[in-house]
Ligand binder design. Structure first.
Ligand code: 8YV
Length: 307
């Protein structure tokens, strides 16, 4: 049987491209010099496309794919995908949930420990010879017994909560609606929760509904001894306020894996010792990225298998 043509909209990890090529007649839109011309000539051939949270799927691209029935996306987040518009046009959009829960939760824990224990600043302290010269770094902060507030308690948030229990943290969470099946304390007022917590961890979806939800007021309530961890999306926090408060000491520490304008992180953060920065690495382990890739493929296979 001839292989189904599959249009890849943006760059993907080599493992995923190989797995796709094994099964489908893959064509790479992002390598076309004249992508629009290519689509005008060829779009009618593709019933399936592959994208990622990084490449996204905007309404104007959907309009250029008249024969596509399924878009399989690498990543769990759908904030860069216009799912509502795709669905309206009869296109199914599939993502890669669950397989990245553990590693993304581990990134939250890694940032929490790295940030509160000043791991990166103290690494620099040793390398710069300051320890050898007799200097003493300031004391760090412990997390045992501390109240940690999760902003969001979805699939990844729930895994973070379980891991926090092992560190002796007191877990509380903020979501629009209280979850019926969890025992953690629910806090409807995010500012009040921040005031009460030593640490706030953002793990909620991006998009219009959550834009700027971690406001200046929330960060101020977390305060000069507080730690903010973001493994969600840069869009969920007022980044200008975040930078200002970290510079002034109005907020104690931050561990940030995501930013408003990736791949750029605010340069003002680079000089700060109270901040640990990561280039959006939450799901970026070999194991998890391969599992995500397998999911992209199985989403297509299930679709074509069911047809
Ligand atoms: C990305 C992510 O998938 O899944 C998500 O929503 O943010 C990441 O795991 C990754 O950066 C690839 O686009």
């Amino acid at each position: 049987m001839a292989k189904h043509p599959v249009l890849v909209l943006g760059p993907l990890m080599p493992y995923l491209l190989e797995e796709l090529e094994r099964r489908y007649a893959v064509e790479r839109l992002y390598e076309e010099k004249d992508a629009l011309g290519f689509l005008q000539q060829n779009a009618a051939r593709f019933r399936a496309a592959v994208t990622s949270t990084f490449t996204g799927l905007k309404a104007d691209m959907i309009d250029l794919l008249p024969a596509v029935e399924i878009v399989s996306s690498f990543g769990v987040g759908t904030d860069s995908l216009d799912v509502a518009y795709a669905n309206k046009k009869g296109i199914k959009v599939a993502n890669t949930p669950d397989v990245l829960n553990e590693d993304t939760a581990n990134m939250a824990i890694a940032l929490l420990l790295a940030t509160t224990r000043d791991i990166v600043a103290n690494d620099r302290f040793v390398r710069e010879g300051r320890w050898a010269r007799g200097e003493t770094p300031p004391l760090a902060q412990g997390i045992e017994g501390k109240k940690v507030g999760l902003v969001g308690l979805g699939r990844i948030g729930s895994v973070i909560a379980e891991k926090l229990l092992a560190f002796g943290c007191d877990v509380t969470y903020h979501t629009r609606n209280k979850k019926p099946d969890v025992s953690y304390n629910h806090c409807a007022d995010l500012v009040a929760m921040a005031r009460d917590c030593a640490v706030l961890i953002a793990i909620l979806p991006g998009g219009d509904a959550t834009q700027g939800i971690i406001s200046r007021e929330v960060l101020q309530a977390l305060g000069s001894k507080g730690t903010f961890i973001n493994i969600a999306r840069g869009s969920v926090v007022d980044e200008v306020a975040l930078v200002e408060l970290l510079q002034s000491g109005g907020l104690g520490r931050a561990g940030l894996d995501v930013f408003a304008d990736e791949p750029r992180a605010p340069e003002a953060l680079f000089a700060l010792d109270n901040v640990v920065l990561q280039p959006h690495m939450g799901s970026a382990t070999v194991e998890t990225r391969e599992a995500m890739a397998d999911r992209v493929v199985s989403n297509l296979e299930n679709y074509f298998g069911a047809k």
